[in-house]
Write a protein that binds this ligand. Sequence first.
Ligand code: G16
Ligand code: MG
Length: 220
Amino acid sequence: EIKGLLFDLDGVIVDTAKYHYLAWKKLADDLDINFTEKDNERLKGVSRMRSFEIILEIGGVTMPEEEKEKNCTKKNDIYLEYIYQLKSDEILPGVRKFLEDARAGGYRLALGSASRNAKLILEKLGITDLFDEIADGTIVSNAKPDPEIFLKGAELLKLPSDSCAVFEDAAAGIEAAHNAGMYAVGIGTEENLPEADIILPGLNNITIEDIVKKLQEVER
Ligand code: G16
Ligand code: MG
């Protein structure tokens, strides 16, 4: 029986990927690395440092660890300028209602995001109170597809893995959910998320009851 719902942040609740892109783009320009919007797809759900390493790989650039750290801090400072401007109207369509209805339906809700800025983003969107627990980049050391973030989320919710469903837009996140022994609901397309148990284009026009019913029909 599904009792807990774990939500990824970027790509499921809000499109912060566009701000990550603008910030990484600025940094890449300064380093003379040609970084495109297509490259940005590879950074979704990936930790900050790993994202920077991918950009360095694209540019064929190497640098000492200390300098990498400095650049990551610089990127985050640029990113935060966008996040400080974030308003509640940037919540993706249907998400607020979906979260409210799920709570009203008795489900326990947790965030499961790689972001170290997750709490700030939820505050800016005005939806902090809709989550019972927050598992974010500040409490884990292993990035998705490692299951750590979702296992932490389930632990905080005091629920076993097999009673949790994860909502994810990144392939690495779907893999992480399965590695945690949880159901995986893909937000996106069949093509991008072939491993998901079910796929939805978004959280509008669907209820948690519909989703749970579909998940229970899926062979595990
Ligand atoms: C998000 C984004 C990633 C980003 C990561 C870390 O993951 O999708 O692109 O690199 O967070 O973010 P920060 O630099 O804020 O710590 P998620 O798990 O919310 O999809
Ligand atoms: Mg995501």
